[in-house]
Design a protein around this ligand. Structure first.
Ligand SMILES: [Ca+2]
Ligand SMILES: [Ca+2]
Length: 95
């Protein structure tokens, strides 16, 4: 479900503060985020990475929909439900 009451949500996904995907989502819509670059724990040697979903508004500050620390081999879907949003992010591990 969209976070904004009217129209589309302008959602963006941030990995460690870097925006890796931006998209426009309607109520009930499912999107395949095929163009998000894979995150390589092997090359960064990190134990976890922060995955944040935000929704952009032109007149208000952007809304935080949720924030998670994701570790290697993570397979559970991430639910983003803050500020009235209802999004589920599915991750794929290639390790
Ligand atoms: Ca909003
Ligand atoms: Ca908005």
């Amino acid at each position: 479900m969209t976070q904004d009451d009217i129209g589309f949500d302008d959602v963006y996904l941030q990995v460690d503060g870097v925006t890796v995907w931006t998209g426009r989502i309607a109520n009930g819509q499912t999107l395949d985020l095929h163009n998000v670059p894979p995150y390589s724990f092997d090359s960064t040697q990190r134990a976890g990475v922060q995955v944040v979903l935000r929704e952009a508004d032109s007149t208000d500050p952007d809304d935080l929909l949720g924030s998670y620390i994701v570790q290697p081999q993570h397979s559970r879907p991430l639910g983003y439900s803050e500020n009235g949003a209802d999004y589920t992010l599915h991750l794929t591990s290639t390790a």
